[in-house]
Design a protein around this ligand. Structure first.
Ligand code: ZN
Length: 245
């Protein structure tokens, strides 16, 4: 059975910035979904901010195993009830792969419970993403590090709760470091934050970056039972839970 991935993109930079459009003529979502559809066992669709309900209807989310999120300049335009819907689905077991500036998206901040603030600088610096957990499935097929010749810098402190695992730590030419690949669990859902991806640079054409995203989708797909057994008032009851009484 295939994993169903929905790649969500705010899809704004590509429409207004010539430089971005030259790198991603059909949008960042199209490049990522195109790559994922070339992998065995993954079927990827796309959704964008300008679609009805941002392309994230209840039906779409219910059939999504992993949501990939790319947002940068339009976080505030995402409706709160769609964020609520996606949040519920993560707690139910939908995976979330949050890319680059999506660390400031409503859905990621909601799941973290912190501001997720950071240092940053757009200087086209060399970045080396060191693999800290070489046996983790997210870095299968990746060597000791990924090197990107020209990136936007993100630096610590990155205001997030302690991750379950730190998979990548980035070093930047300017001297900063950053937790560039981190995992969390929220309810039944697995979350992976992955830093690379500034829109004016061809980061999502990099084979290793794409490979990590594909690995992360496989890792984040729900693997267990959605039924949670609870003991309540001496009786063994199953979800959905009614209010305690
Ligand atoms: Zn950026």
């Amino acid at each position: 059975m295939s994993i169903h991935v929905t790649v969500w993109n705010e899809f704004e930079h590509e429409k207004v910035d010539e430089k971005v459009r030259a790198i991603y003529p059909d949008g960042i979502h199209a490049v990522i979904a195109g790559y994922l559809n070339g992998l065995d066992g993954i079927e990827a669709g796309t959704a964008t901010l300008d679609q009805a309900e941002h392309g994230l209807t209840q039906k779409t989310l219910d059939s999504t195993d992993v949501l990939v999120w790319w947002g940068h300049r339009a976080h505030d335009k995402v409706w709160d009830d769609i964020v609520e819907r996606a949040h519920e689905r993560v707690l139910d077991g939908m995976g979330l792969v949050a890319l680059h500036a999506s660390l400031l998206s409503k859905i990621f901040r909601r799941l973290m419970g912190t501001r997720c603030s950071l240092r940053w600088r757009m200087a086209g610096e060399l970045e080396r993403l060191w693999v800290i957990e070489p046996h983790h499935p997210i870095v299968e097929g990746i060597g000791e590090y990924i090197e990107l010749p020209e990136t936007e810098m993100y630096g610590e402190r990155f205001d997030v709760p302690d991750p379950d695992k730190v998979i990548f730590i980035s070093w930047f030419e300017g001297g900063e470091v950053f937790r560039s690949g981190i995992t969390y669990t929220r309810g039944n859902g697995k979350i992976f934050y992955f830093r690379p991806g500034h829109e004016t640079l061809p980061i999502y054409h990099n084979e290793q970056v794409l490979k990590v995203i594909g690995n992360a989708c496989r890792w984040a797909a729900f693997g267990g039972s959605r039924e949670i057994e609870c003991f309540h008032g001496g009786k063994n009851i199953k979800e959905p839970l009614s209010p305690l009484g």
